[in-house]
Design a protein around this ligand. Structure first.
Ligand SMILES: Cc1cc2nc3c(=O)[nH]c(=O)nc-3n(C[C@H](O)[C@H](O)[C@H](O)COP(=O)(O)OP(=O)(O)OC[C@H]3O[C@@H](n4cnc5c(N)ncnc54)[C@H](O)[C@@H]3O)c2cc1C
Length: 309
């Protein structure tokens, strides 16, 4: 039977929802263990133990793991993978940062963005900005892969897996050290797991104008997103970018205001439930994928919608 190791993503003692999504994928392959790397892993390990389908949590306590540095985590993950048939991480910024290093250390090819499990060696994944779904077969031996979180629902909670302290023997590099984490403090939900997202594009026009996006997002209890053009123009931070080179998301409701609908943006919202587009150009390509389209000036439409909520 396949034995899958999922590496937990967490911050400030909270397990990220992407872990439960990766577990859902892993459970379709075989028996699932979750590894938590931290300087004090107890709280996160306890949360991981409650995910349905997890049979064991490996808690790796090391002061070197106080911050998630790819250079430090990769050799430990590579060492811990011994005996496993599969090593999975979510296809989030975290997984995309760490796993290629692990794959290189283990001299294994990486399967990226697994969106469907056919069997233990065969997977579906998107290519060409999501325009083509390809079936790939991993070679014999350890399978190293990232899981496209938009393609898997989070496994439920209710489990009670054993938590084991694990020791890892790996030489940790000293060439990389943690200096500072700069993250926008926000009360809004996490973009990648939010059930509702309100996004703004270049049409919003400025950083100052983005308040119409934040205001509607707050009213809806939604996360705020953006197109790459809006990010590149400096209207909002990079971590709000939705799309091929941003975040791939699957909210139940996606509102796109002042976004034209370039394929590189649409690939980020392929699995969204209801897509609402607000654009003053009736020929904008976003209307081809929208479930509800409103040809309007966003500065009139968004406050009007908010007023009626
Ligand atoms: C390799 C690669 C990767 C990329 N990755 C991404 C990615 O991850 N995410 C991403 O988004 N893009 C990505 N892009 C860029 C993408 O091709 C587009 O350039 C970008 O998505 C356009 O952003 P936009 O829709 O905000 O801007 P524009 O295309 O300029 O569209 C602005 C829209 O706003 C409308 N508008 C203007 N004023 C108003 C108003 N007052 N009210 C209503 N509507 C208004 C206009 O009619 C227009 O349709 C990538 C490109 C490449 C080549």
């Amino acid at each position: 039977m396949s034995q899958v190791l999922v590496i937990a993503e967490h911050l400030n003692g909270q397990l990220n929802n992407s872990t439960a999504k990766a577990v859902n994928c892993a459970a379709q392959i075989g028996d699932v263990h979750v590894a938590v790397f931290s300087d004090s892993p107890a709280a996160v390990a306890e949360q991981a133990a409650q995910i349905d389908g997890v049979s064991k949590v490996l808690s790796v306590e090391n002061v070197a793991n106080s911050n998630a540095l790819a250079a430090t985590l990769a050799p430990q993950i590579a060492a811990l993978s011994d005996g496993y048939s599969h090593l999975l991480m979510p296809s989030t910024t975290f997984g995309k940062d760490v796993l290629p290093r692990v794959a290189a250390l283990l001299d294994r090819p990486q399967i990226s963005d697994i969106m469907e499990v056919i069997d233990a060696q065969t997977f579906k994944r998107p290519i060409y900005a999501g325009n083509v779904i390809t079936t790939v077969k991993a070679p014999e031996g350890l399978v190293v892969g990232t899981v496209r979180t938009a393609s898997f629902k989070a496994a439920g909670t209710g489990g009670s897996a054993a938590v084991d302290a694990a020791t890892v023997s790996a030489d940790l590099p000293s060439h990389t050290r943690f200096v500072e984490l700069q993250a926008a403090a926000s009360e809004r939900p996490d973009l990648q797991s939010a059930e509702r997202v309100v996004s703004g594009g270049r049409g919003v026009g400025s950083e100052e104008n983005f308040k119409v996006i934040y205001s509607l997002a707050d009213k809806l209890g939604a996360a705020a997103g953006a197109s790459r053009a809006a990010v590149d123009a400096g209207f909002c931070p990079n971590d709000m970018q939705v799309g091929q080179t941003g975040k791939i998301i699957a909210p139940g409701l996606y509102i796109a205001a002042g976004i034209s609908g370039a394929i590189q943006h649409i690939t980020g919202i392929k699995d969204a439930g209801v897509i609402v587009a607000i654009n003053k150009d009736p020929d904008a390509p976003i209307f081809e994928v929208a479930d509800i389209g409103l040809v309007a000036d966003l500065f009139e439409a968004l406050p009007e919608i908010e007023k009626h909520l």
